[in-house]
Design a protein around this ligand. Structure first.
Ligand SMILES: Cc1cc2nc3c(=O)[nH]c(=O)nc-3n(C[C@H](O)[C@H](O)[C@H](O)COP(=O)(O)OP(=O)(O)OC[C@H]3O[C@@H](n4cnc5c(N)ncnc54)[C@H](O)[C@@H]3O)c2cc1C
Length: 441
C-alpha cells in the first residue's frame, strides 16, 4: 500500500492525516516541534492555535459557520475536536486551546495508520505522494526546497493586509462612489469626515491597543508599509495628507470637499467586498472593529477579514496549484493549509480535508475532485485557482467566494441562510454521488 508523507502536524496536516488514515491509508506525519519551533508556537502539541482561541462564527448565516458544518459532514477531526472542547463564546465557536490540541495530538498519535516522526523536513521526496502542510511559518530550509520545487521566486511575504468589509454593510447614505477629480470610473467608495469626526477617529486610533509584536516581526513591521496607527502617531495631520487626503473629492451630500476621506476599493470581481485603502494595521482585532466603525458610513461594517501584519509564507496559488490542491507541475505533490493561500484556522483545516480526500482518490486511481462552487469548500478551492495571480492575497471564507444565488433577497441574514441551505443540499448530493463519507451520518 502506498504510504503518504505529510509535512507539518498543524491544523491542515492533522486533518489531512485523519482523512487518509480513516480511509485505511498509511501516513508518515512529520512535525519539527518541539525540537525546532516556529516564532509563534509555544508547545509541541499538534494543531496549536497560535493566536486567538476562536474559530469564529458558529451559525449558518455566516460563511465560516457553513464551512464548519460542511466539514462536520465530512467527518472532520478538527471539527470534532472543536465541538468537544468548545467554551461559551456567544455566537462564536471558541475552544479551550490546550484541550483542543491535546485531543488532536492524542487521536492522531494513537491512530494505527499514522506514524508520527518528530523531525524537521528539509527535502521533499519526489517519488512519493506528499502533502506539504508546513504553515505560514514554514522552516527556512523547507521554504527553499519549496521554491525550487515550484520554480517560484518568493514564498515568504510580510503580510500587511488592510481589513476587508462587506459592501452590504456600508451605509450608502453617507459613503459615496467617486474617483479623485472625477477622472475615469468612480472606483472608490468614499467615507467623508468632518473635522470633528476626524478628531474623534484620530484620538481613538492613537489610543487603541495593538497586538503583541513578536521578535521575528519587529524588523519587518515598519519596512515599506506603515501601519495606519503608526502613521497617525506621527502627527495629527499625517493621515489627512496621506491615505485620508480629500483633494479632488466632492461630497455630493454637501457639495464640498470633506475634511478627510477614507477610501474603500473593490476586493473581489463581484464588488461585494471592499478593502480600506492604506489601512494596514497591527491593532488587535476587537480594536479594529471598534475604531474603524467610527468612520462615517462604517458604523455597522461587517469585517470579513481584519488587518494583519506578520510573516506569512504562501504560494502564488493561481500560478502553481490546481483547485484539487496538487502542484500543476508535479501532480503527486499536494499542498494544504495557510501555505496554499487560504487564511485562517478553519480554512487551513478545510484545505487539509480536501487534500487528504484527493490524495486518497489518487491512490485509488479515481479522478481528484473540486467541490461544487455552491459549497464553501468548493468556493475556497476555486478562489485559489481562479484569482488573478498578479496580486494574489490569502482570503478567509466568505459568501462572495460561492456561486451567486441567482435571485435577489433583500434581508441579508435570510439571503445567507438560503445560500447555506443550498450549499448543504448540494454537498449532501455530492457526498452521495462520489461516496465520500468514511462513516454514516
Ligand atoms: C502569528 C500568527 C497569528 C495568527 N492568528 C490567527 C488567528 O487568530 N485566527 C486565525 O483563524 N488564523 C490565524 N493565523 C493564520 C493561520 O490560520 C494559522 O497560522 C493556522 O495555524 C494555519 O494552519 P496550518 O496547518 O496551515 O499551519 P500550522 O498550524 O502553523 O502548522 C504547520 C506545522 O508545520 C510545522 N513545520 C513547519 N516547517 C516544518 C518542517 N520543515 N518540517 C516539519 N514540520 C514543519 C510547524 O511546526 C507547524 O506545526 C495566524 C497566523 C500567524 C502566523
Amino acid at each position: 500500500m502506498d504510504k503518504v508523507i505529510i509535512i507539518g502536524a498543524g491544523l491542515a496536516g492533522c486533518e489531512a492525516a485523519w482523512q487518509l488514515a480513516e480511509r485505511g491509508i498509511p501516513v508518515d506525519l512529520y512535525e519539527m516541534r518541539p525540537e525546532k519551533s516556529t516564532p509563534a508556537h509555544h508547545t509541541g502539541q499538534f494543531a496549536e492555535l497560535v493566536c486567538s482561541n476562536s474559530l469564529r462564527a458558529a451559525g449558518l448565516e455566516n460563511a465560516v459557520g457553513l464551512l464548519k458544518e460542511e466539514m462536520r459532514r465530512l467527518n472532520s477531526l478538527i471539527m470534532e475536536a472543536a465541538d468537544r472542547t468548545a467554551v461559551p463564546a456567544g455566537g462564536a465557536l471558541a475552544v479551550d486551546r490546550d484541550l483542543f490540541s491535546k485531543f488532536i495530538t492524542d487521536t492522531i498519535s494513537a491512530h494505527p495508520m499514522v506514524k508520527v516522526i518528530r523531525k524537521e523536513v528539509a527535502s521533499i521526496p519526489r517519488d512519493k505522494l506528499v502533502i506539504i502542510a508546513s504553515g505560514p511559518l514554514t522552516s527556512d530550509l523547507l521554504a527553499e526546497e519549496i521554491l525550487e520545487l515550484t520554480g517560484e521566486e518568493a514564498l515568504s511575504f510580510f503580510d500587511a493586509a488592510a481589513p476587508i468589509v462587506e459592501l452590504d454593510s456600508v451605509d450608502l447614505s453617507k459613503a459615496f462612489w467617486a474617483s479623485r477629480y472625477g477622472k475615469g470610473e468612480a472606483d472608490y467608495l468614499n467615507c467623508p469626515m468632518t473635522k470633528e469626526e476626524y478628531e474623534i477617529f484620530y484620538q481613538a486610533l492613537i489610543e487603541a491597543e495593538t497586538a503583541e509584536v513578536k521578535g521575528f516581526e519587529r524588523n519587518l513591521v515598519f519596512e515599506g508599509c506603515m501601519p495606519i496607527e503608526v502613521m497617525a502617531s506621527r502627527g495629527f495631520m499625517t493621515m489627512a495628507f496621506g491615505p485620508l487626503k480629500p483633494v479632488g473629492i466632492t461630497d455630493p451630500g454637501t457639495g464640498r470637499t470633506p475634511y478627510a476621506v477614507v477610501q474603500l476599493r473593490k476586493e473581489n470581481i463581484q464588488g461585494t467586498l471592499l478593502n480600506l485603502v492604506g489601512f494596514q494595521t497591527h491593532l488587535k482585532w476587537a480594536e479594529q472593529k471598534r475604531v474603524f466603525r467610527l468612520i462615517p458610513g462604517l458604523e455597522r461594517a461587517e469585517f470579513v477579514r481584519y488587518g494583519v501584519m506578520h510573516r506569512n509564507s504562501f504560494l502564488n496559488a493561481p500560478n502553481v496549484l490546481k483547485a484539487d490542491f496538487s502542484l500543476r507541475k508535479m501532480p503527486d505533490i499536494f499542498f494544504a493549509g495557510q501555505i496554499t493561500g487560504v487564511e485562517g484556522y478553519l480554512e487551513s483545516a478545510a484545505s487539509g480535508l480536501l487534500a487528504g480526500i484527493n490524495v486518497f482518490r489518487r491512490i485509488e486511481g479515481q479522478e481528484t475532485l473540486v467541490f461544487p462552487s455552491e459549497t464553501a469548500l468548493g468556493g475556497l478551492a476555486l478562489h485559489l485557482e481562479g484569482s488573478p495571480s498578479t496580486d494574489f492575497q490569502p482570503m478567509n471564507i466568505n459568501f462572495g467566494l460561492l456561486a451567486p444565488l441567482g435571485c435577489r433577497i433583500r434581508n441579508k441574514k435570510e439571503k445567507n441562510l438560503k445560500i447555506s441551505e443550498r450549499a448543504l443540499k448540494v454537498l449532501h448530493d455530492f457526498i452521495e454521488e462520489k461516496s465520500l463519507n468514511t462513516r454514516k451520518n
